[in-house]
Ligand binder design. Sequence first.
Ligand SMILES: [Zn+2]
Length: 258
Amino acid sequence: MKLQLLPSSFDEHGMASPRQHLSCFIVDDAVAIDAGSLAMATSAKQKKHVRNVVLTHAHLDHIAGLPLFIDDLFANLETPIRVHALPKVIETLERDVFNWEIYPRFSELENDNGAVMKYLPFNAGEEFQVRHLSFKSISVNHKVVSVGFVVSDGKTKFAFSGDTAEMDEFWQIVNREENLSALLVECSFPNELEELAQISHHLTPKILQKELEKFNRKECAIYVVNIKPMYRDEVVRQIEEMEIENLQILEVGQIYEW
Ligand SMILES: [Zn+2]
């Protein structure tokens, strides 16, 4: 299984920056998890093959690229973009984004080949199939309804927390998974901003360290994602100082294979 966190900003030379402003992970060049930079950073191959988008929640940094992606591909889509999301997330998208004011309601529009966007709701706790991948959704602890996932292609498996503060159910479920190759977990704010992290339901390195005590797969590779760009250096330094075995920062743009 191949996974890439798409870039979402540029450095002073116009190259992809390691700072993650938006959240969009592409699995096997075919399925997107969240759509932050889906329109802006996908390769030609990904633009051709990604027709399924699985959303963790409706915050802007996770959905910003979705309306633009459908817009870019509108005339050429042969099948609709299938958006897999919680019913509450779909409700928010329809009310606040695809509402004819912010952007067109693509779920009601067609091109010459038919519908261009289709919602496939799932409930938290449900397992569902997206192309060759199975997704097990797990409620996490964020400011708005949000899920993490265990994603499997039948051979390899990874777990992804999405945006979250402290969790219990997620760890209970992930700990029961056999053959877990990787865990992607968020860490948004530095330790000094613990209060802000708690208000906004995110993790700091210190809280992450405590959370990882609940994770019983000590051999599994752990990747930190979703570091707030303006605190990246500080968060990375604090994470490195903890010297947690098997833990590293997931690099933007790099392709990981498990
Ligand atoms: Zn969020």
